[in-house]
Design a protein around this ligand. Structure first.
Ligand SMILES: [Zn+2]
Ligand SMILES: [Zn+2]
Length: 788
């Protein structure tokens, strides 16, 4: 017997039982075709946010759908554990610690965070096999990352070099462009007087006067008539330093005075220009953020230096004017500190050399939606430098090399040293005679996560070739430029030569209901845990399916989740009616189907077909909407009403046919919804159908269309119109729908089948119907309520 209502206690019951019974265990020896998912390892912050909920629900739908379609689904779950935010939190908790101790605390802390997140994921009804869990901080994982770097180094794809890199002076670490965010801010544009070759004054505008001591050239556009004559001449800066004047096509004629100073390094263009024109480098900002090599402002921080130089030049009469300037600057996304360019020894992976090969390999993957590949193209085309893979932090995968501080040569560690760690390093002497030092830098976390498809396939020994490439990589669209790009480059191009997945499925982000990005400072963050306590898991999962317009950001909709919750009630109540109606039903007999029965079965066929098509295309929003509409309207509003008189009537044959259809429709519907709403589906499957196809709905077969009834289907559509007109008449006459009416006259273009006329009388409760041919009309003038 079904309970009165379907609640979260029932959901928890199933979550527990699925875990206990190992429902989602992957059977490596299965004969079934394999379907593998390279799931995103979330960063272990301890919290699942709405973006996770959406994206994890998304591929959980796929996993469940594939299981019901006869696949053996390999669905591991990993954790991206290492990085700045954890270090910051652990430092706050324990203060500064020696590296080994600090790392131990980080591992401990991360373990707690994982436990919290795992619990939330279980509450969402996700179905990974936890046996195949991986954590990027584990020695086994380090080993694989390090081996991958040794292999890439052998292929000359990984190298160490001195190069200006994005740098956070607060965190004292190199950053990738992807660790930075652009912000608009207003600053002062200062106009200073420089001196031309003939002693003439030249005005130059700059927003970074503190870098004037590191000015290495003055530039102008080659077609700028005002300055053309300066090419090759010497100019004196406002501080009196002599620098060359150079023409360059990338100078903007309209900015400031059209004349600018190149400093090492004020911004990205300075880096490009200094390489292009082989200019000297003055390292004016130290890695710890203080000025150096300037002779005048050394030891000051950037803001102090700026003020000092402006004051100094103002006094000398070299400052002409100051204007407000709106500019875009880069901040370190974790600490919001302005990013500088600092020259230092770093480790690089040579992405710029391979941009075309990466694009070609990406083209061998099916992108869903197909326009998603353009995010990768855009990134591949716009990336200016090789990928800086080193970070000057502690909690990360150690970079497995030794370096010589004297001659800068590099020695890879031996493979038997893996997992490499600087604390366990061997003694090595450089060819120059100097003792070599183990590298203490660690990897950018994208180095870890760009081999997930290899790690889950047991690389470097891929024993089961079906495990690589993975069948599916689901991920957020905003990390195509990082996770997808780096994985195609590393797992694909560098390490196997094969694309890492067959299909990549992109999802968008969840915005706040007001359409803005969710953020703590705006106070518009929606917590999954709050939604769960109010609406239940199966409602939240339906919301995820409904919101899933692919690769597009969508505001969170309370309307959708409320609807999803009320749909659960509607479905549950419908199922309870059917349960009562099925009393005494025996499935053996061949039913004598009436036309309405055939109509219902044909609608089920159509819906199963359309839902299958949508699932195959990952269009979960259309699948779930289609199914909800079908059950709410066709089943509950119509069919249940049509068969009530038979269910409660005396005609055993008519009752049996109705029972047969009710049984079939609900059973198939339970299965069609199971990828979205596994809990209610499992409860109904078990309680009402006694585990017809095995113990759990998770491996029951996905419904296929049965015998078709297209002709009957159309005829019944006409009946539906008549019934609905009769219902409206009763409603507008304030009569109960149960009331019998005496007589209705109906005019139809073609005669109606006598069976349907009888059905109409029984369903609409009308004693006598007079049919005639002509333009459609219904006449209720003789329809008097019949007193019983
Ligand atoms: Zn920082
Ligand atoms: Zn050396």
């Amino acid at each position: 017997m079904l309970q009165k209502s379907f609640d979260s206690k029932t959901e928890e019951k199933w979550q527990k039982r699925w875990q206990e019974e190992g429902t989602y265990s992957f059977d490596a020896s299965s004969e079934k075709p394999l379907y593998s998912i390279d799931t995103p390892p979330p960063f272990t912050s301890g919290e699942l946010h709405m973006g996770h909920v959406l994206s994890y629900a998304y591929f959980d739908f796929v996993a469940r759908y594939k299981r019901m379609n006869g696949y053996s689904v390999f669905y591991p779950q990993g954790w991206d554990t290492q990085g700045f935010p954890t270090e910051t939190k652990v430092e706050k908790k324990y203060g500064k610690l020696p590296p080994l101790e600090f790392r131990k605390r980080c591992v401990e802390f991360t373990g707690e965070m994982i436990a919290k997140m795992k619990e939330s994921m279980t509450k969402m009804g996700y179905s990974p096999d936890w046996k195949y869990q991986y954590r990027t901080m584990d020695p086994e994982y380090h080993k694989k990352v390090q081996l991958s770097l040794l292999q890439m180094h052998r292929k000359k794809m990984v190298y160490r070099a001195k190069h200006p890199v994005y740098w956070c002076t607060r965190c004292r670490s190199a950053l990738a462009k992807t660790d930075t965010e652009d912000v608009e801010r207003s600053t002062l544009l200062n106009y200073f007087i420089f001196t031309g070759p003939k002693g003439e004054p030249l005005e130059i505008a700059t927003s970074r006067p503190e870098l004037m001591p590191a000015c290495v050239a003055v530039m102008f556009h080659p077609e700028d008539e005002r300055y053309k004559h300066l090419a090759g001449k010497k100019i004196k800066t406002a501080l009196g330093k002599e620098v060359p004047a150079i023409a360059d096509k990338d100078v903007l004629k309209d900015f400031g005075t059209g004349l600018l100073m190149v400093c090492t390094f004020g911004d990205k263009m300075d880096v490009i220009w200094s390489y292009r024109h082989k200019l000297p480098v003055i390292e004016s900002i130290a890695p710890w953020g203080k000025m150096q090599n300037t002779g005048i402002v050394d030891g000051m921080n950037v803001e102090e230096a700026k003020k000092t130089i402006i004051e100094m030049l103002k006094e000398k009469g070299k400052l002409v004017k100051q204007e407000q300037l709106a500019q875009t600057i880069k901040l370190h996304d974790r600490c919001k500190h302005p990013v500088e360019f600092v020259q230092s020894y770093q480790w690089f992976a040579d992405i710029t050399k391979h941009r075309d090969e990466i694009k070609k390999l990406a083209e061998k993957i099916e992108w869903v939606p197909s326009f998603g590949i353009h995010y990768l193209y855009d990134w591949a085309d716009s990336v200016e430098w090789d990928w800086v893979i080193s970070r000057q932090r502690i909690f990360g995968t150690p970079i497995p090399f030794y370096t010589c501080e004297k001659c800068q040569s590099v020695l890879p560690c031996d493979e038997d040293e893996l997992p490499f760690s600087p604390e366990r390093a061997k003694e090595h002497t450089c060819k120059c005679g100097e003792k070599m030092k183990p590298e203490t830098d660690v990897c950018d976390c994208w180095v870890d996560s760009s081999i997930t498809p290899l790690v889950i396939a047991d690389w470097p020994e891929i024993k089961n070739p079906d495990l690589y490439p993975s069948s599916l990589r689901p991920q957020g669209v905003e990390i195509v430029r990082t996770w997808a790009f780096y994985t195609i480059y590393r797992s694909g191009l560098a390490l196997t030569g094969k694309p890492p997945w067959k299909t990549i499925l992109l999802n968008g982000n969840v915005l706040a209901p007001d359409g803005k990005k969710m953020s703590k400072s705006l106070g518009n963050v929606i917590q999954p845990s709050e939604l769960l306590s109010q609406y239940q898991t199966d409602a939240l999962r339906q919301w995820a399916a409904m919101s899933g317009a692919m690769a597009k950001d969508r505001p969170f909709s309370f309307e959708d989740i409320k609807f999803a919750k009320s749909f659960l009630n509607k479905w549950w109540n419908g199922a309870r009616f059917i349960e009562t109606a099925l009393a005494g039903y025996s499935a053996g007999k061949k039913p004598h189907l009436k036309k309405v029965d055939k109509w219902m079965l044909e609608r089920l066929n159509q819906v199963a077909e359309q839902a299958t098509e949508a699932m195959e295309k990952y269009e979960f929003h259309s699948a779930v909407k289609l199914l909800q509409n079908f059950f709410w309207h066709d089943v509950c509003d119509d069919y249940l009403e049509y068969v009530k008189y038979r269910v409660y009537g005396e005609d055993a044959e008519a009752k049996n046919a109705a029972q047969h259809v009710l049984h079939t429709v609900l059973y198939d519907f339970v299965k069609l919804m199971a990828p979205f709403t596994p809990h209610i589906s499992e409860e109904l499957y078990t309680e009402m159908f006694g585990g017809k196809e095995g113990k759990t709905v998770n491996y029951a077969s996905w419904p296929k269309p049965s015998e078709r009834h297209a002709g009957d289907h159309l005829e019944v559509e006409e009946l539906r119109v008549l019934v609905s007109e009769a219902r409206q008449h009763k409603a507008s006459s304030k009569l109960s729908q149960a009331k019998w009416l005496s007589k209705v006259s109906i005019t139809l273009p073609k005669p109606m089948h006598s069976e349907l006329v009888e059905e109409f009388k029984n369903i609409a409760r009308i004693k006598e119907v007079k049919m005639s041919e002509g333009e459609f009309a219904m006449d209720f003038s003789e329809a008097k309520p019949v007193e019983e």
